[in-house]
Structures are given as C-alpha cells and as structure tokens.
Design a protein around this ligand. Structure first.
Ligand SMILES: Nc1ncnc2c1ncn2[C@@H]1O[C@H](COP(=O)(O)OP(=O)(O)OP(=O)(O)O)[C@@H](O)[C@H]1O
Ligand SMILES: [Mg+2]
Length: 360
C-alpha cells in the first residue's frame, strides 16, 4: 500500500488540452473518486496514473518512488476497467491467477493467493466454472479478484460497474466499499455517476473540462460546493438555480425581498441556488406562491415542479427552462388547489457570482 502524489500533471493531444495542470495528494489507504461529465478527462488521468498514457508534463509518485516514466508493469498497481474481459476459455481459478502465473509465481503461492482472493470475494464455489456460467456480478468479482491477488500498492478502477444493471450496480458498489474496508488498498476510482462518488469515496475530486473544480469529502461537497458547477452536479434531484439581484445585502428572488447578512459588498446579478429539500410546505421565514406544473408522489415525499420568474435556463442541453423542484415531505394527496405556498429559510440559499459561477 502507498500514497499517490500527482504533481502538476497535464495532458494535451495536439492542440487539445485534456488535462490542465492537475495536482492531487492521495493518502495511503484512501478511496478517492474522480467524477465529472463525459469527456472531462477522468479516464485520461487514470491512464496516466497507470502508465498507459504518458503525461505531457508533471510527475507521479507512488509511495516514495517516482513512476512518471515507468511502464505499467513496473508501477505495482492493479487496474479494473469497465470491460473486464475475462478469458472465456479459462476457469475462474485460472482467470484470477493468470497475472501471477505470467510472472512465474510458484504453484503453491499462486494457489494460496487465489484461494484468499476467492474467499474475500466469495467466489470460492465457482472457482472451477468458466466465465460464461457466471452472473454479471460474479464476473465483476472475478475481475476484482484478478486485481487483488497481485497485492498491489494501489487499485485503479475506471467505471468498473457501468456494465451492470442498476440493481447489481448498487450491490457491487457496497461490495467494493466493503472490500476496501477489509484490505485497505489505496484506490482511485473513476465514475460519471455522482451517487457512486458520494457513496463510495473518502474524498471526491470533481472535474470539468480537465480542471479540478473541488476536492472534498462527500458531505463537504454537498454542503459547501465551491461553485455553481459543483452545486449543480452533486445532489439528486439537483439544486434549483434562478437569476436574481443582490444589492447591499438585499436579495430579490421568488418575487420576494429579503435581507441577507452574507455578501454584503456584492452589487448586481447573482445566481441563487436552493436544494429541492430546502423548499417546504410548512411555515418558513420566506414564502411564495407557485402554480405546480406537475406533482410526483414518491409515497412519504412529493416532487412539486413549478416555474418562477428568474428560473434559470438549463445550460446547453435543450435550451428550455428547467422547471424548479421542491421535494416536500407530505403523505396523502396535496390539497386540490391551483396555487401552493412554498417557503424556505434564507440561511439555506446558496449564492453564486452570475459571471464566474464562484460561490459568494
Ligand atoms: N487518444 C486520444 N486522442 C485525442 N483525444 C483524446 C484521446 N483520448 C481521449 N481524448 C479526448 O480527451 C478528452 C477526455 O477524454 P477521457 O476519456 O479522459 O474522458 P472521460 O472523462 O473519461 O469521459 P467518459 O465519462 O465519457 O469516459 C475527450 O475530449 C476525448 O475525446
Ligand atoms: Mg472515461
């Protein structure tokens, strides 16, 4: 096991800048998740860590050792990718032991390590089966087995669960978490799924366009997003945004005026963020009327969709107004009236600079 130090690593393909200078210190035994939208450079970073792609600039250390120019085989890491490609003609035992066998590990040692890995991953009953006779989850465990028998300094995983159906993904997510607790190997895990990132990580690295937006523990990211991008990326349903005006601590939003003690020096347009769960049907310091466009019932809670002045146009996607969502605790049907009163506590509002997206 080892810590990993990524120092000012950048990557360009010709004129295309895929990673801006990227620095990250990963502690020994830590589970770090790189998350971000498609194309933001997650896999590129992982490939550079693995030695499958050269960095354009910068250095990588695993433990005390600089590995920047070492080949993948000399880095003492194990990788698990989305397409885990087991050898179809080999048994589970042979698949798990394949890498060790190639390295000339002696038979007794090889058997012992494969048996250990199989026990940890609970695939012992299937050791003599071929991959085609396994379920998707069992195959994924065999792929993990191939990584853990090597007893590497670190695991690198690139969307290892994305081929599994939703239910199995949730199950394997918990299994990988439990595995990490048991063997404690430093892990860098890539996903575009914010829920996976939030549930698995000790720390999450949020990336956009090859740039780190924030590095923080899951709760910290959720409660204290550094900017508009992070605020919108983390949370489901996502944070509501609306254009508003803030002048000398006086905010106008949802058709209401309120005094804020924060950002007293700001004058002009801001983007206000509020999480759906912070909008309530109960009494609140600020309330406003809405005409719901849709109400979805999830049993003990409801999603109330509505539009309001200033509701922010979704960036890019279909260019349509993204309706706002209130996630309210309420069992039974909502009163059959055209207008509902929603409320919030201004302390729960997030404020962002309308120009830079930085948190105010
Ligand atoms: N060999 C290559 N040559 C040129 N451009 C590349 C190459 N590999 C990746 N890219 C580009 O680099 C950017 C980052 O790619 P990368 O695979 O790291 O994204 P990602 O964050 O893993 O996305 P996804 O979630 O879709 O897997 C993309 O714009 C991609 O098109
Ligand atoms: Mg990728």
């Amino acid at each position: 096991m080892a810590n990993i130090s990524i120092r000012n690593v950048s990557k360009s393909y010709g004129a295309l800048n895929v990673l801006r200078p990227f620095s990250l210190e990963i502690e020994d035994g830590e589970f770090v998740v790189l998350v971000g939208p498609s194309g933001c450079g997650k896999s590129t970073m992982l490939k550079i860590l693995a030695g499958l792609e050269p960095a354009s600039e910068g250095q990588i250390f695993i433990g005390e050792r600089e590995v920047t120019d070492l080949s993948p085989g000399d880095r003492d890491i194990a990788m698990v990718f989305q397409n885990y490609a087991l050898y179809p003609h080999l048994t589970v035992r042979q698949n798990i032991g394949f890498g060790l066998k190639m390295r000339g590990t002696d038979k007794a040692e090889l058997d012992r390590r494969v048996d250990d890995a199989a026990r940890i991953l609970e695939v012992t009953p299937y050791l003599d089966r071929k991959p085609k006779d396994l379920s998707g989850g069992q195959r994924q465990r065999v792929a993990l087995g191939r990584a853990i028998v090597r007893q590497p300094q670190a695991f690198l995983m690139d969307e290892p669960l994305s081929n599994l159906d939703a239910k199995l993904r949730v199950h394997m997510r918990a299994e990988i978490g439990a595995l990490h607790k048991r063997i404690g190997v430093t892990t860098v895990y890539v996903t575009h799924d914010q829920v996976e990132a939030m549930t698995m990580a000790d720390r999450v690295v949020i990336m956009q366009g090859g740039i780190i937006q924030q590095i923080a523990a899951p709760d910290e990211l959720f409660n204290n997003p550094a900017n508009l991008f992070v605020a919108g990326f983390i949370g489901s349903p996502g944070m509501n945004f609306l254009n508003a005006d803030l002048t000398a601590g006086r905010l106008t939003a949802f058709g209401q005026q309120m005094e804020l003690t924060r950002a007293a020096n700001h004058h002009g347009p801001v983007i206000v963020g509020v999480r759906p769960e912070h909008l309530t049907l109960n009494d609140a310091p600020v309330t406003f009327g809405v005409r719901p466009t849709l109400v979805e019932s999830l049993g003990s809670e409801k999603y109330v969709y509505f539009d309001t002045e200033g509701a922010r146009i979704a960036d890019g996607e279909d260019g349509k107004t993204k309706g706002l969502i209130a996630r309210v605790s309420h069992s039974g049907p909502l009163p059959r009236q055209e207008e509902l009163r929603l409320g919030f506590d201004p302390a729960h509002l997030y404020l962002f600079d309308a120009r830079t997206g930085a948190r105010l």
